[in-house]
Design a protein around this ligand. Sequence first.
Ligand code: FEO
Length: 404
Amino acid sequence: MENLLTEQINDHLYYIGVNDRQTELFENMWPLPDGVAYNSFLMTGEKNIIMDLVKVNTISTYIEKVQEILDGGDLDYIVIHHVEPDHSSGIKNILELYPNVKIICNKKTAPFLKNFYNIEDNLIIVSEGETLELGNRKLTFYMTPMVHWPESMVSYEEETKTLFSQDIFGGFGTLNGAIFDDQVRFNDNYYSETTRYFINIVGKYASQALKALNKLSELEIKTICPVHGAIWRTNPEKIFNLYTDLAKQKVKDGVLIIYGSMYGNTERMAEAVARGVAKGGITDIKIRDVGKTSFSYLLAEAWETRGVILGSCTYNNNIFPPMSFLMEELKQQKMKNNIWGIFGSYSWSGGALKRLRGFVEENKCDVLDIQPEIQGAADEEELRELIKLGEEMAKAIIAKRELE
Ligand code: FEO
C-alpha cells in the first residue's frame, strides 16, 4: 500500500510525526517562528510499537498517520521516553482507540503518568541497560536523567543500529516535507534553531547532557530518531558533535552587549562600549535591547559568545525589570566559559550597577574590573571609560584565545 501521510525509515520503521505551526511559544515561553515538529515513530513486525506520541493539539493528524501504517491492525506497545506533554498529551486519545496497548516506561515515569493522566495500568517498567523482546523486535533502554526530564531515557535497536533519542539531538522548526538530514539544508537558520533549542531547553542540564552523550558514544549508531528536528540517517556524527560542543558550552570569540534603556542614554553607552570592542580587534559584536529581544535568543547568544556585557538603567532604585528577569534566567544556565562586563546608569539614585555586581559575584563570573556607573547621559570622560570597557573586553578575549 502506498504511504501518503507517512515516511518509511527502514523496512520496519515509519515516521509518523506531525508539525505544529499553531503554537507560538514552546513551553509557553520560547518563540517558535518556524514552528516545531513532534516526531513519533512506528515500528512494525509481530508487534506494533510506537515511540513517543505528540502534543494533543495535533492528535487528529497524528491518528490518521498511525492508522495509515497499522491499516486496521492493533497497536501493542507505546514507549514513553519522557512524559513532557509535547510527546504524551495525546495519550488518552490513543488509549481510546487501542485500549489493550501496553506502555513501556521506567520507574520514574510511572508516577508522572499517574499524576498527569491518571494512567497506572498496563505499564512495563524497564531499567538501565535492559533489553526487551517485543515480538521479533528488540529494544535496549538507557537512562538519560534530566535530558530533559528526570525520567528521560533513550532506546536502541541493535538490529538496525537505530537510536530513539527523545529530546537529545532535537531542534526547533517544523520538518517541511524533508525529514532526513540528507534532505534538510543545514543552513544558518537550521543551525541556530537547533542550538537555541538545546540552550533554552537543555542548557541548564548541560552537565547531565554531557554524561548522556558519553554514554551514547559507546553505541554504534547509524540512525538517530529524535523527537524534534531531522532524522539523522546519513551523518549522525554531525548532530552528535554539535550537541557535544553545546553541552561543553564551547564559545566563539565575539562580544554580546545586552542593554536596558528607557530613553536612549544607556543605549548610547552600549554603542560606546561596542566601539571599544571593535577598536580592540574583535569583529563579531552584537548589541541587543533587553526590552525588545526575547530572552530565548539572548540566552542562546550568551551561551555561544565569549564576551557578554550587561548594561542597564535604574528603575525605581532597582535594575530595569527586563534585565532583572534576564539575570534570573542567566543564573539558571550556570555558564562557565564567558568573560563578563557590566555597566549601569541612573537618574537620581543608583541601583542597576549594584544588582549587576550582585549577579556577577553570586555566579562567580569572570568579570572585568572596569564597571562604569553613569548619571544621566554620558559626558566625554564617561564615554572614554565606556570605550575602555570595550577595549578591556577585547583584550581579555584575545588573551584567553592565546591561552587555548
Ligand atoms: Fe520535547 Fe522535553 O519535550
